[in-house]
Ligand binder design. Structure first.
Ligand SMILES: Cc1cc2nc3c(=O)[nH]c(=O)nc-3n(C[C@H](O)[C@H](O)[C@H](O)COP(=O)(O)O)c2cc1C
Ligand code: SF4
Length: 507
């Protein structure tokens, strides 16, 4: 029968329809069969959660770094700010990583107050039970500073303790990063590598046994890896150079560079100040210009120590400053610091070429600084070679303006005469000084008073630099008057001039 005939076409159509129907029927049947074999297909597994407990962003930045690593290894995690997380959902989690910083007296940052309280209350509530988080495996990395002694990484430790009390299994004991120790990046990297190996089911740490440093206890969890307790040594360089730590860690360096600092060697910095730029453009200079005729476009702002012994509330570096009670870092040569500071300063001046208002004459003048403000940030007199550095500046006929934060009276005594010596007076009472400067020294008040006394003994121009912060230290005028009589400075400098006016009237 030819295909062109009508009956043949009808037969073909019927055949095709029957085949299509059969295929459709078979595929549905197969699906139904699969479903009946597996009546509860498991829902896609819940993504791991990566929490950051952070106030000024250090832990958050580390969490981002880990997230990138996990993602590039096809491990799905949600980055979680505990402030936007419902802790009642914790029992549903199966895998939790927590990077936690610690703040005042061991307290958690604001973004984890509720979360920490919830954990503490649940762990202490006998009705909740110790199996609440029994589906959850977790690991904690603490971000803190050893300079805070007993409360070092208190939050991370507390979170881990509460999670364990609620039945969660700790993949391995908390690792502790010290932001002032110079090696937090290396430690975090080692921890991240360990987390990754665990998640990939390749938790063999024997390969790390080659390095001498810190010993970390490992408590492997049941069901994953061997259950015996092991000790491993961690690969880390400690940021050591010739047996001494570098002051500026990669984290601090990145933060300072972002804020426009040029880092010199391992502990110094230089930055072009806004008044220098302003006067290069033919506009106003800073108060030194108004008071002493100093030309701001010929002034270089630098410091030989980015570290200090405080964590002042108003410090412009978001508290990323390295801290210490004494010099404990690798030390650069004073001549190299001065050479590099002038070199980097000149480069920044040259970048002003072509900016509206900048004349060739002022630009040329700016390239040979006549004044140096040793006040950029940190505590310049912590640098053990401060006298040699000041000598080098004076030899080049550069005048010096040094600001100290009044915690090293013995260093003030040892300091050679400089052009103008400033002491930061951040408060006039012990309580407010503690609240504002958040000093590391227990005897901070005695050091402060002794510094003022040392100032009085200096046979040179001395200045109190008052940083008056409304609501913190602007109340007690009588106390300021007492402080004023101890150091008897030649000048006062403040950001809130009406207070200074009143002081000067009383004196
Ligand atoms: C005022 C203040 C108090 C601090 N208190 C502690 C502390 O008690 N224990 C600790 O280990 N670290 C302490 N630190 C160090 C912080 O944990 C450290 O600066 C950390 O990098 C902050 O991390 P974040 O930026 O993620 O908040 C304190 C820091 C500041 C500025
Ligand atoms: S003393 Fe200076 S550098 Fe140190 S925290 Fe205070 S403001 Fe910052």
């Amino acid at each position: 029968m030819p295909l062109s005939s009508v009956p043949a076409r009808l037969t073909l159509l019927a055949l095709l329809s029957a085949t299509t129907f059969y295929c459709f029927y078979k595929s549905r049947r197969l699906k139904q069969l699969k479903l009946s074999l597996n009546p509860n297909p498991s829902p896609s597994p819940r993504k791991g959660k990566l929490f950051f407990i952070s106030q000024t962003g250090t832990s958050k930045a580390l969490a981002h770094r880990l997230l990138d690593l996990l993602t590039s290894n096809d491990l799905a995690f949600d980055l979680v700010d505990p402030n936007h997380y419902e802790p009642e959902d914790l029992p549903k989690e199966t895998l939790v990583l927590i990077i936690a910083s610690t703040w005042d007296d061991g307290k958690p940052p604001a973004n984890a107050k509720f979360f920490s309280n919830w954990l503490a209350e649940s762990a202490e509530d006998f009705r909740v039970g110790s199996l609440l988080l029994s589906n959850c495996k977790f690991a904690v990395f603490g971000v803190g500073s050893r300079a805070y002694g007993a409360t070092f990484n208190a939050v991370g430790k507390d979170v881990a303790k509460r999670m364990r009390a609620l039945g969660a299994s700790e993949i391995f004991s908390i690792w502790e990063g010290d932001v002032d120790g110079g090696d937090i990046d290396e430690v975090f990297e080692a921890w991240s590598g360990k987390v990754l190996r665990f998640l990939k089911g390749d938790d063999d740490d024997e390969e790390e046994d080659d390095v001498e440093s810190e010993v970390v206890d490992l408590e492997d969890i049941a069901g994953k890896g061997p259950s015996r307790r092991r000790t491993v040594t961690v690969t880390k360089t400690n940021g050591m150079v010739n047996g001494k730590k570098e002051m500026v860690t990669p984290v601090i360096r990145a933060s300072l560079v972002k804020q426009g600092y040029k880092i010199i060697g391992s502990h110094s910095g230089v930055k072009i100040c806004r008044w220098t730029k302003s006067q290069l453009r033919g506009r106003g200079g800073c108060y030194k210009h108004s008071f002493y005729g100093i030309e701001s476009h010929r002034c270089m702002e630098t410091t030989p120590s980015l570290a200090c012994a405080n964590k002042c509330v108003f410090c412009w570096r978001h508290h990323t400053n390295p801290v210490g009670k004494s010099w404990q870092w690798k030390m650069d040569d004073p001549l190299e610091i001065v050479n590099s500071a002038i070199d980097l300063h000149s480069k920044m001046i040259k970048q002003m070429k072509g900016v509206p208002g900048v004349t060739l004459e002022r630009l040329t003048e700016g390239l040979s600084p006549r004044h140096c403000a040793l006040s950029l940030v940190g505590e310049p007199i912590m640098y053990p070679e401060i006298n040699a550095l000041v000598d080098e500046l004076h030899r080049r006929r550069i005048s010096t303006f040094l600001v100290t934060n009044a915690q090293f009276p013995e260093k003030i005594k040892m300091l050679k005469p400089i052009t103008q010596l400033y002491v930061s007076v951040d408060a006039a009472t012990k309580e407010s000084l503690k609240a504002i400067d958040r000093p590391l020294f227990g005897d901070f008040w005695e050091r402060f008073i002794d510094s003022l006394k040392s100032l009085k003994e200096k046979q040179q121009r001395t200045v109190y630099r008052l940083t008056l912060v409304k609501g913190w230290n602007t109340e007690d005028i009588d106390a300021y008057y007492n402080i004023f009589s101890i150091g008897n400075p030649i000048l006062l400098k403040s950001k809130e001039l009406h207070i200074v006016d009143r002081l000067l009237h009383q004196s």
